[in-house]
Design a protein around this ligand. Sequence first.
Ligand code: BGC
Length: 365
Amino acid sequence: MKHRVVFAGLAALAIVVSACGGSSGGGKVALLLPEKQTARYEAADRPFFEAKLKELCPDQFKEYIYNNAAEDATAQQQQAEAAITAGAKVLVLDPVDGEAAGKIVTDAAAKGVKVISYDRLLKGGSKPDYYISFDNEAVGRLQGQALLDKLTADGKTMAKVIWINGSPKDNNALLFAKGAHSVLDGKVEILKEDAMANWKQEEAQQIMEAAIAEFGKDGFDAVYVANDGGAAGVYAAMVANGVDPKTKPITGQDAQVDAIQRILTGDQYMTVYKAIQPEAELAAQLACKLVKGEKITDTTVAVNNGTIDVPSLLLTPVAVTVDGAVAGTKSVKDTVVADSFYGADTVAKICTPDFAAACTKAGIQ
Ligand code: BGC
């Protein structure tokens, strides 16, 4: 992937939406999400997309189509075909398998259906119309840099790292790994690098169980793991094997509630906060314009998917640690709490009785 233009993060929020207020065009909008294990899709991507579509394109919202493929690429292909048969003219597609889903895009294009590649890049020889995501290599760099800074602060040179990537079917996972490697290679010793085949917590847990068995409880210093679901698995494997997670920094991504709670107690070192609301709302704005046949002038960067340069919008991720003391990271309080990331009851969701003391210590109430 190459970025032609450096994009100024949330400036994309300044997107002009007034053009969406006109008469209703023909055709429906479909949102197709990839999985249910990771909290973000059903808890954030979907409701934020729907609320924005309802606001901007109320007529199309009445007929809007939603499906979640639950990590099954074949099911996703069928969901896309069914949506097109039912009259979808715009697919907002977050692919389970970026290569395999190329067929969905090519078939859609043959029928005049537009496709927005949502969060994960569509590949497989296809020509998606637009791409909306975060700067995913930057996600990996933030993970790698925060981990390196922590290990250095702890006096560890050439620290021994267990490394767990996301699903190889997801282009994002490749970018997260690329970004993290660009920071950590040559500065840590990578004992073992593996991947969650389907982004599942239990896959990370099994990899970590095997790593502890192979290298011993004290045979490693830290764990690079691509997201918070994986971090939960790594944490569980450590606890089950008598390893104190407070002594082995674990990375993450998504700023999930359970990860933020572990960060507050010191059981996970960091996460990457990606504000899903603007990402989902931008997708809804674009879908609304496209279904009405309006001109799109909002993209700011071109991302090559192996076939074409896809007009794109990339948002900026933020590294989160408990107090933001490590340079380049921000505190829990200044990110997910300040933004009410989990809704109006964000503090209540984080600061359950077990975490009340840790919340007070972090100045969250
Ligand atoms: C997303 C992450 C998510 C992962 C697993 C990636 O494509 O960008 O936010 O944790 O998939 O669903």
